[in-house]
Design a protein. Structure first.
Length: 88
């Protein structure tokens, strides 16, 4: 078999395009994974916030306070979760 420059160039281009496609696919998969990790972190923060707020409501109710006080209270302290702000 005679290897001409044209055949070698075609083979080199084929290898380059194949590796480029594989790299792009893997980068896309890594992007999906990092996006899911961000969603999981936001979910964990929101869950902690809701547990803390539930505990605060139970504690306020046990000491004779009303639940509306907890819901209507707004302070300067906010928790940024994802793109939403939650009042503490």
């Amino acid at each position: 078999m005679k290897y001409t420059l044209k055949k070698l160039a075609f083979f080199a281009n084929l290898v380059f395009i194949t590796f480029s496609a594989i790299i792009l696919f893997l980068m896309f998969e890594m992007g999906k994974i990092s996006n899911m990790q961000k969603i999981e972190r936001d979910h964990a923060e929101l869950t902690q916030l809701l547990v803390a707020r539930t505990f605060e409501i139970k504690l306020n109710s046990a000491t004779g306070g009303s639940v509306e006080e907890v819901f209507n209270r707004k302070t300067e302290e906010t928790l940024q979760v994802g793109s939403c702000k939650f009042w503490l």
